[in-house]
Design a binder for this molecule. Structure first.
Ligand code: ARG
Length: 288
């Protein structure tokens, strides 16, 4: 009897939830009046935006979040999760805001609301320093109009952090600048992309020759180049000249957190005009 009641209840809840997916089931959004804590969610293996120094979270996103919390008069708590749990955690209201060098995409906009952009990112390609690859033109054969039509090396292996934009772009077919064949049967298709839990794991796979290229955001790429040196101080990996794509980073909140979103945008605008944002960025990114 009990079991049955529970399953009926679950079924009813699912129906209600389905009806409300557009407005994010299960969360009323952040209550600016009542809440004392503001929970930031991230994936802290993405320097200089977020990483861990011992037990302490550091990085551009961490400092921005601290500033937002303090200007709102809230206590900041940071949760470090898998990158692919961030969006669902925001959707269900488990976390209040995501700062994770997160790119604004149309697909993510279906699930969460984004703030104004606070930074831009570029997807770049990293290879081993002794690799023959020099630019994006070493990967693709083009038609007369310069559109990619096939891969120069069908045996190429790409490494990415799972569900990031690097994963999404490189998993496209070759005519969309991805590394998968056109019109391939899902069941027989050769997936050239290996998805790792973190960007750092993808870089490890590159160093050990498991993949030939890693596609990742430019600032983390630079930071991985700096931290992966041999005995004589030379980097064992390098970034290719060509930029793969340009993107905007923004803060994601639950679709029902409209008040919080408005406040975040206000604070971001203030931080841009009073110089706080620039000084946070300058602290972690050295001008070239
Ligand atoms: N900008 C990329 C994206 O939004 C990668 C972000 C990865 N961030 C992280 N904290 N690991 O998909």
């Amino acid at each position: 009897m009990m079991k049955r009641t529970i399953s009926v209840l679950l079924a009813v809840m699912t129906v209600i939830c389905l009806a409300f997916t557009a407005t994010s089931c299960g969360s009323k959004g952040y209550d600016l009046e009542k809440e004392t804590e503001l929970v930031m969610v991230t994936n802290a293996a993405f320097p200089p935006y977020e990483s861990k120094d011992g037990d302490t979270f550091v990085g551009i996103d961490v400092d921005i979040a601290k500033e937002i919390a303090s200007r709102l008069g809230k206590t900041l708590r940071i949760e470090d999760v898998d990158f692919n749990s961030i969006i669902t955690g925001i959707e269900t209201g488990k976390y209040d805001m995501a700062l994770a060098g997160m790119t604004v995409t149309e697909e993510r906009k279906q699930s969460v609301a984004f703030s104004d952009s606070y930074a831009t990112g570029i997807q770049v390609m990293i290879v081993k320093s002794d690799s023959a690859y020099q630019s994006i033109d070493d990967f693709f054969n083009y038609d007369e109009e310069g559109n990619p039509v096939s891969l120069k090396n069908p045996d190429i292996k790409i490494g990415v952090q799972q569900t990031t934009t690097g994963d999404i772009y490189s998993s496209a077919d070759v005519t969309g600048w991805g590394f998968n064949d056109l019109n391939e049967d899902e069941s027989t298709k050769t997936d050239r992309v290996t998805r790792y839990p973190t960007g750092a794991d993808a870089v490890e796979a590159l160093k050990t020759g498991k993949v030939d290229v890693v596609i990742i955001d430019n600032e983390p790429a630079k930071s991985f180049v700096d931290t992966n040196k041999d005995g004589s101080g030379n980097s064992v990996i390098r970034i290719l000249e060509t930029e793969y794509t340009n993107e905007d980073y923004a803060i994601a909140v639950n679709k029902n957190s409209t008040e919080l979103l408005a406040k975040i945008n206000e604070i971001l605008a203030e931080m841009k005009s009073d110089g706080t944002l620039d000084s946070i960025i300058a602290k972690y990114i050295k001008a070239e």
